[in-house]
Ligand binder design. Structure first.
Ligand SMILES: *Cc1c(COP(=O)(O)O)cnc(C)c1O
Length: 380
């Protein structure tokens, strides 16, 4: 429907080509392939400044950055506490870290991992907490940090969705726990593919560098499972550096799209736009709306109809992980009512670099006509 074809829910930011090439030239002048990791080091330095972190270690993907952080943090116990309403591969992360995921509920109002639910799940089997920032705003870092400290359980934060944000005025990436980010093309900073971890502990940063190293002798020197060739290619760092230079333009575009949705959805009955907390710094990256209704059928019908028109809206974090089937053991001893409600009610609408304000007007017009559809008549 738009000039670019499909309307995606991914950020897909494209930095200026000249800027990317300038970084690549800089690398070539400094040895190019004979100095692997040169641009990656520059990126790490820049990301430290951006996040106000002491150390940053870049790796091949966000996924392996999470696995590495869990492997290095977890206690010698079997379970890792994670939300169920989250990134579709989060349980796989725990599996690859050699642990069993234990699902907990979210907080109904923030949609973030619930600190109360985490506290109830902690026991002698707990190896770590893997907290995750939700797509809109942040999880309760202060409460979760208190709980982790109270029970002496290590915590890792999947901060992929909160890259540009602050929590109570403090930069995400600067908290004194491993915080993990992704540079996949769908995320705020597009490095084509890639991930990184921000930490303040220099010994921990050293262990992360050993973990990802190309140097195979590490495999013999390190504890089993504490090494996996997972370096980031320098070309990816060139993209990410250019994206980081242009972050303000990226966010400005996202804010414009968010404002357009606010305007267009105002007064539309039956739909609620999830609001960014503008008292904090935020990226305005994703558009999430709630379509109330118990069964989820109304939401799914809207998604289906939009998809047929090349509008790639998606059910938000649905199905939740605890109701998916897994080829490895998982634990879910409590019911997760807030998760199950959210998984039926929310959807992601088109956003990001390739979506224009005119696209927003069209998408909302389509939604309005779908909302006025009367069940029983012909479902297009
Ligand atoms: C995308 C994503 C990841 C994984 O990052 P990759 O770089 O794609 O491996 C992890 N957690 C969350 C919340 C994500 O959205």
């Amino acid at each position: 429907m738009s000039s670019t074809g499909f309307l995606s829910t991914s950020n897909l930011y494209e930095p200026e080509k000249e800027r990317i090439l300038r970084y690549i030239d800089q690398w070539l002048e400094n040895g190019g392939e004979r100095s692997p990791g040169w641009l990656v080091s520059l990126l790490e330095k820049r990301l430290c400044e951006y996040h106000q972190a002491e150390h940053c270690v870049a790796m091949s993907t966000g996924f392996w950055s999470l696995v590495a952080s869990l492997r290095l943090s977890a206690l010698d116990a079997p379970e890792v506490i994670i939300p169920s309403f989250t990134y579709r591969r989060l349980a796989d992360v725990v599996f690859w870290a050699g642990k069993v995921p234990r699902f907990v509920d979210i907080d109904e109002s923030t949609l973030a991992i619930s600190p109360e639910s985490v506290e109830r799940a902690i026991g002698s089997n707990t190896a770590a907490i893997l907290a995750v920032h939700p797509i809109v705003n942040c999880c309760d870092v202060s409460r979760l940090t208190e709980i982790a400290a109270k029970y002496a359980v290590p915590m890792v934060i999947d901060a992929v969705e909160s890259v540009h944000e602050t929590w109570q005025g403090k930069r995400v990436g600067s908290f004194d726990v491993p915080e993990v980010f992704s540079l996949h093309a769908s995320k705020l900073i597009n490095g084509l593919e890639g991930g990184y971890v921000c930490v303040n502990d220099s010994a921990y940063a050293g262990r992360l560098r050993d973990f990802r190293s190309r140097d195979k002798s590490n495999a013999r020197r390190l504890k089993p499972g504490h090494w996996l060739a997972s370096d980031m290619p320098d070309i990816h760092a060139a993209f990410a550096l250019a994206g980081l230079d242009e972050i303000e333009e990226n966010v400005r575009h996202n804010r414009k799209i968010y404002r357009a949705y606010q305007r267009e959805l105002k007064g539309v009955a039956g739909i609620r736009l999830l609001a960014f907390d503008e008292a904090q710094q935020t990226s305005f990256k994703n558009i999430v709306v709630e379509v109330p209704g118990v069964s989820g059928e109304g939401r799914d019908r809207i998604v289906r109809n939009l998809n047929q028109a090349d509008v790639l809206a998606r059910a938000h974090y649905s199905p939740p992980l605890h109701i998916k089937s897994h080829e490895y053991p998982v634990l879910c001893p409590e019911s997760l009512p807030a998760t199950e409600h959210a998984a039926r009610a929310l959807l992601n609408l088109p956003c990001g670099f390739r979506v224009s304000e005119a696209d927003v007007t069209l998408v909302v017009a389509m939604i309005k006509s779908l909302l006025s559809y009367v069940p029983g008549s012909c479902d297009g």
